[in-house]
Design a protein around this ligand. Structure first.
Ligand SMILES: [Fe+2]
Length: 266
């Protein structure tokens, strides 16, 4: 589709890692920006601190010493909760991946302020917890999609992911590979099967596994969208490859489409 540029075929892992290296928002595809630092963003707690009286500030300070009791999570708390589960999943070779993905979705739904900036929390957390030589298992980012913006169909080699809608709406279609997947440089046509066509609104989520529904396409609605992405990487080689997919299915009943790899991996 016209709003997907050729340069969109970059490793989508970068979308997560890019968010940690700049103070600005960055366009990663036509109509899609990673939200990095929220220079002007203040949390509800910060606003309350600014306008509150001294006694209230003192009370808030006392509250901050106690662990939160509302079941909600800050961004760093979410990452701390998920990291040991991610490492266990990777060590097991992906055993109980669906349970893990639901745990990720549940954690995202517990975020206290889901529209808060993600970049700083992700960067700081990784600095604290990344092991030497490790491909950090988690990638967490916020993406702002302009109206009609999104990503052409792409896979998620050696990684899985959960997307949570925060603002606006985005249509996400998922596909399974049918049979063997040819090499990138083979030029061969292969088949993929559409398994989902979801409308992701605020509070709704979309998941994909290492194999289950590993290909998806995103298109934002007429008001655009803000979504949170949480990826879990199984290997240093984890990354995405973009596909060209036929406009019409070869098998309309089973929703099977013919596809080819776009040239190159990035
Ligand atoms: Fe993706």
């Amino acid at each position: 589709m016209s709003y997907f540029p050729q340069h969109a075929s970059r490793d989508l892992d970068e979308l997560a890692t890019l968010a940690t290296h700049s103070t600005a928002r960055d366009e990663v595809a036509d109509g899609v920006t990673i939200e990095r630092r929220g220079l002007l963003w203040l949390s509800a707690a910060a606003i309350a601190a600014c306008v509150g009286s001294a006694p209230r500030l003192a009370a808030q300070s006392r509250q901050e010493l106690a662990p939160p009791t509302d079941g909600k999570l800050g961004h760093a708390e979410l990452l701390a909760e998920l990291l040991p589960q991610a490492r266990q999943l990777i060590a097991s070779g992906g055993q109980d991946e669906e349970t893990y993905l639901l745990a990720v979705a549940a954690a995202l739904l517990r975020l206290r302020e889901p529209n808060a900036p993600v970049g700083d929390a992700m960067s700081d957390f990784r600095k604290q917890h990344q092991r030497e030589g490790e491909r950090f298992p988690l990638g967490f980012s916020a993406m702002r999609l302009k109206p009609g913006g999104g990503f052409a169909p792409h896979d998620h080699l050696d990684y899985n992911g959960v997307i949570l809608g925060v603002e606006g709406e985005v249509r996400i279609r998922n596909f399974d590979f049918c049979g063997e997947v040819p090499a990138l440089d083979s030029g061969k046509t292969f088949e993929i099967r559409e398994t989902r066509d979801d409308l992701i609104l605020p509070g709704r989520f979309s998941t994909l596994g290492q194999r289950r529904e590993n290909v998806h396409e995103l298109v934002a609605g007429e008001s655009g969208a803000l979504v949170l992405d949480l990826f879990t990487f199984f290997s240093p080689e984890a990354g995405s490859r973009f596909l060209d997919v036929a406009a019409k299915p070869r098998d309309a009943v089973r929703r099977i489409y013919e596809a080819t790899w776009r040239t190159g991996r990035r």
